[in-house]
Design a binder for this molecule. Structure first.
Ligand SMILES: [Zn+2]
Length: 313
């Protein structure tokens, strides 16, 4: 059966690459329509345009998959925020300065960011079985490798998403309570989903992409979408159900005490914000034993900015 996504049409046993056009905004897209029936899976990258490990992974996967090794349909975006990719301004769609991962489920009459979210919600999610969103720490962030599964949605959708998360090689899987992200919105609409974090600080390397690809192939294999690839369940992966997201209430200089992935005890200083004369303005203490999931790596901190996320272990 042919697969249609807006202006893009892919016949059975074919692979096409082109731009999905959303009200004039063009998203580089590859669609692979497999030789056998199966699930329809989306691999999205670059909703955050400076998270390069995910974007490069998506580009390589779009080259390596073909109708002969796929059951069902695989759709790959590489990247979604294509205009922001060239501007190198982190996190936002430059046309309206909005963060797409805060814009779901979107608005048909809104700005371009809201229109993209709306088209994902209406045109894409209605015809897919699984949504994978590739992220990584942003230009000014470091992240440990982990996977988010949605915490809000029907129980069977949440449970199935978590089950799939366990074929990833990441050390942690984290239950999300967010609703406005692309993958959260997919789950709320009945599509199981995951968000993967790998990399950060505007850096990507060969080993990181190889690890990332292996995780994606494992998911596709688990879903029955990829032929001739064996997934392995990660029996030592740790589940995190409680996480603390700390935002700064003031502008200043940021001095973290730990690196992403490091483990700390309860009542430990996680970092401080100082002023330009070195005077301490704020100190952040751990509420429980945990692991740094991601944190800002820039010295500069804006007021209201999220600076640190840690999970309880
Ligand atoms: Zn991101």
């Amino acid at each position: 059966m042919k697969f249609k996504l807006g202006n893009l049409i892919c016949e059975t046993r074919k692979k096409i690459s082109g731009f999905w056009n959303i009200d004039g905004y063009e998203i580089p897209t590859t669609i692979i329509n497999g030789k056998n029936k199966g699930k329809t899976v989306v691999i999205s990258s670059g909703i955050h345009n400076c998270e390069y490990a995910g974007i490069q992974t998506a580009i390589e996967i779009s080259k390596e998959l073909n109708p002969e090794n796929i059951n069902g349909v695989v759709i790959i975006f590489h990247p979604v925020n294509y205009s922001g990719f060239f501007k190198k301004i982190p996190a936002v769609i430059p046309e309206d300065n909005k963060n797409l991962n805060r814009a779901f489920p979107g608005n048909v009459d809104g700005s371009i960011c809201e229109k993209i979210a709306y088209n994902f919600s209406k045109t894409l999610y209605s015809q897919i079985d699984f949504f994978i969103d590739l992220h990584g720490g942003d230009l000014y962030e470091e992240a440990t490798s982990f996977v988010y599964f949605p915490g809000i949605g029907k129980k069977e959708i949440v449970d199935f998403s978590e089950k799939v998360a366990q074929v990833l090689s990441t050390n942690y899987r984290v239950k999300s309570s967010a609703t406005t992200g692309a993958y959260n919105s997919a789950a709320i609409q009945g599509v199981p989903s995951l968000l993967i974090e790998r990399g950060g600080n505007g850096i990507w390397d060969r080993d990181g992409v190889i690890d990332y690809k292996k995780d994606i192939f494992s998911i596709l294999s688990y879903l029955g979408a990829l032929i001739n690839f064996e997934y392995i369940e990660n029996s030592i992966q740790i589940k995190i159900t409680q996480a603390n997201y700390i935002s700064s209430h003031l502008e200043g200089y940021w001095y973290p005490r730990f690196r992403a992935g490091e483990i700390f005890e309860k009542n430990i200083i996680l970092g401080e914000i100082k002023d330009c004369f070195g005077k301490t303005l704020a100190t952040y203490i751990s509420e429980y034993k945990g692991v740094i999931l991601y944190q800002v790596s820039s010295l500069a901190i804006r007021s209201g900015e999220e600076i640190l996320a840690y999970g309880k272990i």
